[in-house]
Write a protein that binds this ligand. Sequence first.
Ligand code: ASP
Length: 582
Amino acid sequence: MLRTNTCGELRMTHVSKTVVLSGWVQKIRDKGGMLWIDLRDRYGITQLILEEGQVDAALLTLARSLGREDVITAQGEVIERSSKNSNIPTGEIEIKVGQLHLLNKSKTPPFTIEDDTDGGDELRMKYRYLDIRRTPVRTALELRHRLSIETRKYLDGLNFLEVETPYLIKSTPEGARDFVVPSRMNPGEFYALPQSPQTFKQLLMVGGIDRYYQIVKCFRDEDLRADRQPEFTQIDCEMSFVTREDVLQTFEGLMVHLFNKVLDVQLATFPRMTYADAMTYYGCDKPDLRFDMKFVELNTVVKDKGFPVFDAAELVVGINAQGCSEYTRKQLDALTDFVKKPQLGATGLVYLKCNIDGTYKSSVDKFYSPEELQKWAEAFGAKAGDLILVLAGAPDKTRKALSELRLHLADEQGLKDPKVFKPLWVIDFPLLEWNEDEKRFFAMHHPFTSPLEDDVAYMNSDPGKVRANAYDMVINGVELGGGSVRIHNRALQKQMFSILGFTDEEAQNQFGFLMNAFEYGAPPHAGLAFGFDRMCAIFSGKDSIRDFIAFPKNNSGRDVMIDSPSVIDAKQLVELSLAVKK
Ligand code: ASP
């Protein structure tokens, strides 16, 4: 037997038992007459002890030859430790070794297998199997497992059926770029890897599977950022015979269940916010509600007092940084530099300090009297000690810059508590987005999203005004998932494609299978998908999704461990009709 117990489970109650443990050598301490080995496996660390005179000399010699990460098996008796270690659960006992076997020798690992490692990102990715031995990575994978199990339990309890959809599908032009796979049997033709199972889950609804889910890989050939991977996982869901309200309730329920079971956190009812309000009050469609700093528009308060910048601006809008009136010149300059950087492009930042002593000090004192400044403060409900920060300019750009400033201040003030969770639903997104370069509309979500019933009338006359029956779930400023009530009627779907610039022929070529299906009794349906990797990161209060993926890719989309992508054989290229035979 290679083990009777794990390295995480032995306690005082096991004292005097003979056990066999197996694992990796974490550390060896050799004090001459005594030698200790910290033995590690997935479950924890247990200390082994070998005492000169008490064990075979050959065993001691073997123990002394061991190095970090060697794989060993030890048999021995559980004894009480004389000096206990309260930092680890097995810290009250140790194993008095009777037998010891080396199962496999390890080279010295390129970085230390400890919670805080000396390995950089690339090195850890190259030796990912060693990185996975580290507790932070392992616990990330354990959390992922728990979340998937609890998701399945919850959805299964509501009659959802997990159905697998194909990975080799047809390229669709909407959305991100596709990864494609050449077909050997159909020379010159390609499959595409799914960006999501969207059309298949809708076809499952037509097929009468009225509650579907799948924890599924999706593929998007996009430029990568810290929270993006070319292949990622969704919890993908769809339901028939439901309204938006049913979907929101069902998946708010999923989130409440997951937070409760996995983190023991009880979430309150999720507030709902329209896209329009999110943009007006937070300048973005995924507001972080862990802190306040709601936007206040000042046009009526500040204009026509002789300050040319405000007078010329279409929008004057600000936030109240509570308790920040003591910000120094240097701090304020840094904030000004922040909003002026090219990505944000603000021309300047106006501040108003509501001093502790009740006086006001602003960067535009020349133009505004103390009484007028007091009106600003009132508009924000600001108190003595607060700092008001104001931007002015074109509405979209100004809101975006103020939104970034709001998040920046929250960082500075330590208001982004990773242990606090503030979910909400953002609803009523615009259906379409105008693309100035291509001079045409794009679907903001995807082309299968239904317009809000009240807005269908504008579909032809004013498409830009139409709101979608779409929703996003946002937690702590991160979009965790999104979906919509779908179009289930051929004529409306056809109209949608035509607004998106498809000719009838193109629409029929690319999406005929779906529109045809809509002619055979398609039920009304709606659904959504969650980004599962991101969900894991949120549950752990982390920004990057990388550690929640066992084998992630780097920022260039490479797997540096297996060295992929890579060139393929000339013979393979010919077989795939990607090259001609020489
Ligand atoms: N398929 C959509 C996506 O990947 C989600 C949905 O609408 O259900 O974003």
